[in-house]
Design a binder for this molecule. Structure first.
Ligand code: ADP
Ligand code: MG
Length: 245
């Protein structure tokens, strides 16, 4: 059984079938990229998975548990982590406080049984660990809103990881970045490999071919094909529709 299963997801916006019975799986530790032209339904699919949009049909399963009827925060608690295309940091708070808040929110009731000082020390340690993992140690004291765009996106990923997601949903994490920041983010995602499974929407095909264990191609709300980089590159319709060759 796959770690994550989307099974026959459907989403209509009026007369538009934005998601047309999409099924896909993500295996434990896998980086699964979702590509396709603008308007193909990639963001809609991620919103159906995280629960931000209600599906008209279909199911979402994590570790065999059906999450379809759960609200977004319940899905997050169950192990679905997501970043937003619009960054979700508290701009006036320091990087450290942002991380601490996220870690505290995640810990919730599980820390109630610990002595207060122990739990605080543990939460701070986890926040600092995330900062180190995402390359934020040097900017811990900076108000998040004063960070360059690329570093804010790194913080965004760190915040999503605070809940120790089983599956991390990344919708265009390199959008609006210059080449240097993109490369930095690429390295960060590469280093997350194996720790958490990732469903990655990304336009930069070089990044996709470098990162992805598997790639699904979405066109007009449907999965055109799914496979490794070699399979996708060789697919005639992908070449025609997407790669423009
Ligand atoms: P992608 O992320 O692949 O660029 P989207 O999932 O954003 O595509 O959009 C898929 C289609 O659904 C597009 O035609 C878009 O205009 C439409 N769409 C997306 N969100 C909404 C919405 N909230 N209401 C109406 N139409 C929408
Ligand atoms: Mg999109």
């Amino acid at each position: 059984m796959s770690l994550f299963v989307a099974d026959g997801l459907v989403k209509r916006f009026g007369g538009l079938l934005a998601t047309d019975h999409v099924s896909l799986t993500v295996e434990a530790g896998e980086i699964h990229a979702l590509i396709g032209p603008n308007g193909a339904g990639k963001s809609t699919l991620v919103n159906l998975i995280s629960g931000l949009l209600p599906a008209d049909a279909g199911r979402v399963l994590l570790d065999g548990t059906d999450l379809s009827t759960l609200a977004p925060h319940q899905r997050a608690r169950a192990g679905l982590g997501r970043c937003f295309q619009i960054t979700s940091v508290f701009r006036n708070d320091s990087v450290r406080d942002n991380l601490l808040l996220a870690v505290q929110a995640q810990a919730g009731s599980s820390f109630r049984c610990l002595r207060r000082r122990d739990s605080e020390r543990e939460l701070m340690a986890r926040a600092l660990e995330l900062a180190a993992q995402l390359g934020l140690t040097a900017v811990l004291e900076r108000p998040a809103g004063t960070l360059p765009h690329g570093v804010q996106k790194q913080l965004d990923v760190a915040l999503a990881l605070a809940s120790r997601p089983r599956l991390l949903l990344l919708d265009e994490p390199m959008a609006g970045m210059g080449p240097e920041d993109s490369l930095q983010m690429l390295g960060l995602i590469e280093r997350l490999r194996g720790d958490t499974a990732i469903l990655l929407i990304e336009h930069d095909m070089d990044a996709v071919f470098q990162l992805a264990d598997r790639i699904s191609v979405l066109v007009y709300g449907r999965v055109l094909t799914s496979g490794d980089a070699a399979h996708v590159k060789a697919h005639p319709e992908v070449q025609a529709v997407y790669l423009g060759t």
